[in-house]
Write a protein that binds this ligand. Sequence first.
Ligand code: ZN
Length: 668
Amino acid sequence: DCNSDLALRVYSSRLLGQEPKLVIHGGGNTSVKTKFQVFGQTTDVLCVKGSGWDLGQIEPAGLPAVKINPLKDLIKLKELSDEDMVNTQRANLLDSSAPNPSVETLLHAFLPHKFIDHTHSDAILTLCNQPNGDEICKDIFGNQLVYVPYIMPGFALAKQSKICFDQATETAGSEPIGMLLLKHGLVSFGETAKEAYTRMIDLVTMAENKIDQLRKGRLPQAKTTSNVATASDVAPILRGLLSRTNPNDSGKYQRLILEYRTNPKINKYVGGKELKKYSQKGTVTPDHVIRIKPKPLILSTPQIDKLDAWETEAKEQIQSYIFEYKQYFNRNNQSFGNSKTALDPTPRIILIPGLGLFATGANSKSAKIAGDLGEVNAQVITNAQEIGSFECISEKEIFEIEHWSLEQAKLGKARVKPLERQVAVITGAGSGIGKATAQAFAAEGAEVVMLDIVVGPAQELAKKIGGTALHCDVTDKKSIAKALAKTCELYGGIDVLVSNAGAAWEGEIGTVSPEKLQASFELNFWSHQLMAQASVKIMRRQRTGGCLLFNTSKQAVNPGRNFGPYGLPKATTLFLMKQYALDHGKDGIRSNAVNADRIRSGLLTDKFITSRAAARGIDKEKYMSNNLLKEEVVGSDVANAFVYLAKATKTSAAVLTVDGGNIEASLR
Ligand code: ZN
């Protein structure tokens, strides 16, 4: 029973929000002025985008209703603090549990139009972020638009917008159809949702056409380097450097998640001759700065045979980035009476000519958002350079918005989960113990990469729990290399390996064929060695330690009758675990195993259970719960053991038994 104005507002907001050239990641906002019934009384309200909602997926609840008359009255004030603004907006919400109305609510409230749309259109930003941006725009749009010089969002911008609107209406004699917030974005007005939307699209199309007219040529490119290292080789080095250069309170390192991006547009931007000039001026619209900081870090092109030298140089560049960022904070904080809170100084965007762009974040979600904004900035700045020269708001203005409490509030304060900032690779993740383990690691905040030889079920799982599913044959070195390279591109490296994939072979040891024993060794021993070796190589590049976890079996310590083909390689894997603990403890890499027994899975099928129960001379039910506790052990029990070991930072070379209790298989 949604108000029809609001329904239309939702519909056209989604249209705007689903066009990335207009709006991405919570950017832009929309409103409608309508009437709601409150306890039988008709009340004038403004339904305006709520903080934390994306226009592309917005619902009526994402456009909270605020009583408009008390908001309109605020224009009489000379100034209004942020706290008082937010409080007044919240105090006038019809639903006290609604999200905070947008920081641009007052701009919507002060202007008279029924429907108002606001976007940070790429084309508009390309034009107004020029030294003579206002002239160019006035030339295109004339008195169709009201022009508002840059002011930080909030009360002052809202009030100035209304003043400019009134002046423009008076002098032009005709009503403008929209407003240009210089170096920020575009606003369109309408009596209907359709009118405001159509005007937005028409204005943006005019801007796009103007860019085509003004384009002088392709962004001049620097000389290219040959022998460029791959992103998957570079990512763990870079991730390690960034994590170690900005340690957390414990003083060791603070891991980041990295995401690699490349395409012809990114490459043109990072390959530009003047990259060091145009990339260091600031973001294309103010609110991007909270996600990507004012400046990206630029690193030189890494060559495949000179990665050590590149690492040394990159380390210095990261250190000086952090040093300069802190100086930037101190320098500008003085102008605000030292009232601002310092933010994490590590770069969010890293540009590498010849390679592309790396985005960073505390988790893959924030790295992805930074990557998307980094790409938009690359695109807009390239276009701005191709028609003239990119120019944005001043350092002080950028600083003010970056450290504005209302902008920082947009980032939210999610509870930090124990395995956040860690990348866990799980083999055999499509079913059974592997699936339960992927779920358990995701629930603890880890980025999960699910490998399986049959990728379908792992992909289904990824849809539910996030993370990435990749095809991998763990007995094939090339297949492993490919899957881990992709992992490095998507997340920056590896912190935890859960080497879980396995399968069971039966046979009497005196008569079993060498082929059968060999096949079991391929999967139940060699795959663990290949996965662990490839993972350790990446962990050593990061130099932030790591954790290897092996799924061994009760068979490794207590052989079952006619189960040698399975037990022998598992026993070897148990010693493999110890060897990694011994040889790579110096690298901060821990190595542990879980000894599980009798878990229903793709490996332990009903048919197999019947066969094993017969081998022990008992029935199926008894076989499954034939342990000291008389309780069946399930996949999630084993998954929880892997999670525990991943967190047990002082434990290495240990075997954790998850079998309901079995004296014959117990370790001493
Ligand atoms: Zn805006």
